[in-house]
Design a protein. Sequence first.
Length: 211
Amino acid sequence: MTDPQPRELTEQVLAAEQDERRRIALFLHDGPVQSLAGVALLLDAALDFVRRGEAERADEILAKALDRTRTTIGELRDLSFNLEPVVLRDHGFTSAVKALTEEKGMEHAIQVDLDVAAADALGERAQAALYQIVREALEGAIRRGPPQTFTVRVTPSEKRTLTVEISDDAPSERRRRSIEVLEERARGLDAALTVEQEDTGSTMRLVLPVD
């Protein structure tokens, strides 16, 4: 099997970016936009009750509008964090991955084991891409499990490369589409990706250049 040519790689990256933009657009349309449209209707109704002197009914509707607004803010905050968390920009890869895995670990009772300090030697764009790989691997494991354990280890070598090993004990198989997404991101890092799947979980390894 021959390696993809530069033109093919460019087309694959562009297709992956288009898929990501489409996913975000659908999420915004079906989630926050619809929620805000609902809030507007609730506020219209509350205003009508205020004008009619029915303060108690107006209070009930305003409470619903406030609750829905807070939910929408949370959805948008999560989207912003997933695209590029502020902690990644300000404090680097280690802090960002620690924040991500601590949050998900507490939410789903996952024991997390991290040894990722070597990844801080990567450039900003490479750190952002690797962060997305870790995030998608973790979310995939949660969809399949959730797992009891999730491990990320980054090991440097003398050849100016890093080996990234991400493993979990979620029982079911990774979907082929999820692996393809990870492969696209790995190609963007000029990284070699392998995935080993067993009944007891899966392990993904990337070897990527530090430069």
